[in-house]
Design a protein around this ligand. Sequence first.
Ligand code: F6R
Length: 591
Amino acid sequence: MCGIVAVFGKENASQIVLDGLKNLEYRGYDSWGVGTPGEGKVEIEKQIGKISEAILPDSFPQKTLAIGHTRWATHGGVTPENAHPHFNEEKQIAVVHNGIIENFVELRSELRGRGHVFFSDTDTEVLCHLMEEYIDDGKTLLEAAQCTANRCEGRFAFVVLHYGENCLVAVRRGSPLILGIGENGDAYLASDTPAFINHTQKIHYIDDGEIVYLEDSKITVHSLETLEPIEKREVTLDITPEDATKGSHAHFMIKEIYEQKDTIARATNQDSQEIEKIAEEISKARGTFLIGCGTAHKVAAAGEYFFSMIAKKHVNTAVASEFPIFHDFLRPESLIIAISQSGETADVIEAIEAARSVGSTVLSIVNSAGSTVARMSDFSLHIKAGPEKAVASTKAATSQLTVLLLLAYACAGKLDDGRKLMVDAASLVNDLVNPRFVEFVAGIAKEIADQNNIFIIGKGANFPMALESAIKIQEVSYIHAEGFAGGELKHGPIAMIEPGTPCLVLVSSNELQKKEILSNAMEIKARGGRIIGVSSENSEIFDDWIRVPEAGAANPILNLIPVQVLSYYLALERGFNPDMPRNLAKSVTVK
Ligand code: F6R
C-alpha cells in the first residue's frame, strides 16, 4: 500500500527509481512521482495514473540520488497535487512516505499558524514543513528527520531528500523499509525488494525505530531514539529478478495461478522437526487464535476446520481488524497464529503486538521471510511461494492452506500422512493449470460474465473456500459474489436466486458433506439457478462440471484453483486488468 523507492550513488538515479517503482506497482497505482536534486531546488515530476505507463521527460535531471513513490490514496483525492514527492515552499526538501501520520491535522494547523503554505491535502506534507523548521534551526538532515519523526503519531516510513546535500535519510516506524546494499557504494531503499532486485540481492531489513543515513560511501543505520549507530545483519535474498516479472504470461495473476504447480510442493517441503516443534506449541497452548485479513482470514477459517477435523483440536478464528475484541482473552499460555502473505498488514501487526504485550506465544505463517510479522514472531513458517505481485492472492493462499494442513496432521501425530497427502495433491495441480483446463474454465467465464450475481456454496473447509472464492470474483471482476455454507442459503439468501443465476458448488471429498452440499445445490437448481459443480465426480445436478482431481482432505485447496482461473477470465471478459483491481492495493500497511 504505497511504494517508496530511493536510490543513492548510481548514475541515472531518477530512471532507476522509476524502474523500481514499476516493480512496486502492486502497492498502489493511483499516481506516481520522482524527485532528484536540481538547480537551487528539488526537481519533481509527478502525475496521476499508473506507474507502468510512466515516462520521465528527457529534460528530467539524472543525478546520483533520487526518491520516488507510487500511491494508493489515503488522505486526499487522486490529484497531481496529492501525488508524492511532497515538498516545502522553496522546494528545498522533498519527502516520499508510506503509512499514516495520525496527528497530521493538528500538526498542519500548528504549521499553518507559523506561516507555512500547504500545496496538498495529504498527511505527508507536514513532514516537509517540519523538516524545514528543524533544518532552519541548524539541525543536520539526520537530526531533523529524527525530530520530525518524533512529532508524528501513527505507523509510517519516509525518505527525505534535500536539494543541496548529497545524502538521503529514511525513517521507519511501523511501515516496511528495506535497505539494499550495492557493490560500489550504491544503496537502495524501498518498501519491498522487487524495487531493487535488478541491482542487488544483499539487504538489511530496517526495523521500527531505526533511521538510515546514506552519504557518499557511508551507509549507516541509527537508533531513531538516540542516533547511536546500529550494527545490521546482511541478508541475501533468495528471489531472482525473473521471479519479479510476468515471464510469458499476460498478467501476474495468471502467472501466479500457474505457479501453484510448484508452490504447493514447496510449501509442503517444510522442515519436519520445526513443524513437530510448532505442533507441540499448538497442542499445549491454552487458547489458540488464528488471525488474518481478507484471503488470509479465509485461510485461517479453513485452518479451524483442519484442526477440528484432523487433530480434533479447537482453535478460534478472528479477522485481525476485529481481534481487539478478544484481547482480554489473551494469556501468557495463549498462542496466536498470524497468517499474512506480505507480513506487513497493519491489523495483523497490531494483533501480534497485543499478544506480545501479555506474553502469549506468536507463530506466523508468511511469504516474506524477513517481514515485520515474521520478525515479531516466536516461530515463523515460510510458505516459500515466491513474490506474489498480483493484488489478488492466489498461490500464497494455497501455500498457507498447505502449511496449516500439515500443522493439523502434525498435531494429530500424523505428519507423514499429511506430507504424503500434500505431495500427492501437489502432483495433481497440473490437471488444473494446463491450457486445456484453463480454456474450459475460460469458456464458462465467457457465458456468465454478464451476470450481476454469483453465489458460491461449500461445506466443511469448503465453506471458507466459498468465502474466499467470493473475494476473488469480487475483487477482479466487480461482479457481486457471495459465499455461503451450503445449509445457510435456505435461511434467507436463496431469495436472491433467479433463473440463470450462477452458483458454484464446491464439493467436498467427505461422503456426508458431499451428499449434503449436492442436496443444497438441488434446492438452488429448483429455483432456476445455474449449477457449476467444482467436484471430482459429475452429477446430474450440474449444469457445468469443473472437474477437480480427488485429493482427500486436501480437496478444499484444489477446489480453490479453478475458481481463481474463473475469476481471472471473468475480469478479462469484462475488460478489466486483473492485476490492478480498482480501489485496491497489495500489502495493506494502514489500519
Ligand atoms: C485478496 C487479498 C487480500 C489479502 C489481505 C491480507 O485477494 O489478497 O484480501 O489477503 O489484504 O494480506 P496479507 O496476507 O499480506 O496480510
